[in-house]
Design a protein around this ligand. Structure first.
Ligand code: ADP
Length: 460
């Protein structure tokens, strides 16, 4: 019987069957009377009964053995597939029970941790691998958990034997077991490569955003020069007037003072314009600070004042004064607004029938703040709708097709959304919505105006 069990277990179902038949025949031949014959017709009743009983037992053992063998093969196969999937997705599994902390690591976990497969899994070794700066946090979040928890999700770094750092993403849960212990298990994903790629993508995107900003600036230089020339001209005029009052036989000091005040005011205005320009050209990291979208709208309308004037376009600011602040990078959000307004300018260039008008709106919505740019251009063709935000999609002969794609990545980096739709009365609206992260609302200031108003800044 043992030989049958061993053959099924070691060599499989077929050889097991052969071993079973041989065992039955040998029992008949060697042990049951009359011996040394295979003929069951010559056996007495008692011997025949024992022979059949033996045969049945062997058959049963063969059946059980083959079932176990098949289960083993199935489990080996699924373990193999699981190991392949873990290796391909760079995801290991890790688990332990609390409070005794008996650990389990899958083969891929060993590879991720850079440990030999003969190493006995232990919490001490695991914690030793974790980056010292992340150890306390990782311990709190997963490795020292003793209470049931539905969703555990976080990232931590480990330092391998060779000193290199890896980023791991842990997704797990802690479950109460019937016997009282808590079973803590998780998938451990090596996201080092993904992080490296997204960092270089972000860098490339930021370079591209910078180039696009300079490109936009190039287009704006002429009109902005005009903007700066205005306060410079006014300063010259006021200075000359002041000098004339001063050079009189009896100098009119009060009027000299008024002229100097105008010089100073215009200098401040020119300075503000230059600083906005410098900000736009600035190439920097994302810096999240509380920002007023109303301020962004006012700044952008001021910046594009000359350009709109030249193109015969009316710009209308429709600001919601009860607007919470959003958190973000001022220069990047300014860039979005400039891009959207410039696109509207371009879209309306071809439209001769409609009045050329742009409305830049800010709105306080339930859980977000929206900035909208609506124009009276030709609107968005249905076949363009799905591709508007794709990189390099452009219908302009000299377009780069990067403006809206960059706008979308900036908005997404701010956890916001961007959408485009056609207006009922013609033209298109581009809307960005940003989450409200601060409960502060705008202080009434020089830039805030009566609740929802139409401040028409007609240019020209
Ligand atoms: P570019 O301005 O270089 O073409 P964008 O990504 O900014 O790149 O814009 C992509 C395309 O989206 C434009 O070429 C244009 O066809 C379309 N588009 C953008 N804004 C508008 C708008 N306000 N009205 C109609 N079409 C628009």
């Amino acid at each position: 019987m043992l030989a049958v069990v061993f053959t099924v277990w070691r060599f499989g179902v077929g050889p097991g069957l052969l071993a079973s038949i041989l065992a039955i025949l040998s029992v008949r031949f060697f042990f049951l009377a009359p011996q040394y014959t295979f003929d069951p017709g010559l056996m007495g009743n008692e011997a025949l009964r024992r022979f059949l009983l033996y045969g049945e037992s062997i058959f049963l053992i063969w059946l059980l053995g083959s079932a176990q063998r098949r289960a083993q093969e199935r489990s080996r196969r699924s373990e193999g597939y699981l190991a392949d999937a873990q290796a391909l997705s760079r995801t290991g599994s890790v688990g332990f029970t609390a409070p005794d902390k008996n650990m389990f690591w899958s083969t891929e976990t060993y590879r991720i941790l850079g440990l030999d497969l003969r190493t006995t899994p232990s919490m001490k070794k695991m914690l030793e691998r974790i980056h010292p700066e992340d150890r306390a946090m990782a311990c709190r979040a997963f490795y020292c958990v003793t209470e049931p928890s539905e969703a555990i999700e976080f990232e931590h770094r480990i330092v391998t034997e060779g000193g290199s750092t890896k980023h791991l993403r842990i997704c797990g849960k802690a479950e109460q077991q019937v016997e009282g212990a808590v079973r803590v298990s998780a998938a451990m994903m090596d996201v080092t490569e993904t992080r490296r790629i997204s960092a270089s993508l972000r860098k490339a995107q930021s370079e591209l955003a910078h180039v696009a900003r300079l490109n936009t600036m190039g287009e704006l230089v002429a009109s902005i020069t005009h903007e700066i020339n205005q306060p410079l001209g006014a300063m010259k005029l006021s200075a000359n007037t002041g000098l004339r009052w001063l050079n009189r036989d009896t100098p009119e000091l009060e009027k000299v003072g008024a002229s100097l005040k105008r010089v100073s005011e215009n200098a401040t205005r020119a300075e503000a314009l230059i600083s906005k320009l410098r900000n736009m050209a600035k190439k920097g990291e994302f810096e999240a600070v509380p920002i007023s979208l109303n301020q962004i709208v006012s700044d952008v309308i001021e910046l594009l004042h000359g350009e709109a004037n030249e193109r015969g376009i009316t710009c209308v600011a429709d600001l919601d004064t009860d607007l919470p602040l959003v958190k973000g990078d001022e220069v990047q959000l300014q860039q979005i607004a400039v891009n959207l307004v410039m696109n509207s300018f371009d879209a309306m260039a071809a439209s001769l029938t409609h009045p050329r008008q742009i409305v830049v709106r800010s709105r306080n919505r339930a859980d977000s703040v929206a900035l909208e740019v609506a124009d009276t251009g030709p609107g968005i063709r249905p076949d363009m709708q799905d591709r508007l935000f794709d990189a390099f999609f452009t219908t302009k002969s000299h377009g780069m097709g990067m403006g809206l794609s960059i706008c979308r990545s900036i908005v997404e980096a701010h956890d916001g959304t961007i959408e485009a739709f056609n207006n009922e009365l013609g033209g298109a609206t581009f809307r960005i919505a940003l989450p409200v992260r601060s409960t502060e609302t705008l202080e009434p200031s020089a830039t805030s105006r009566p609740t929802t108003f139409n401040a028409e800044a007609r240019i020209g």
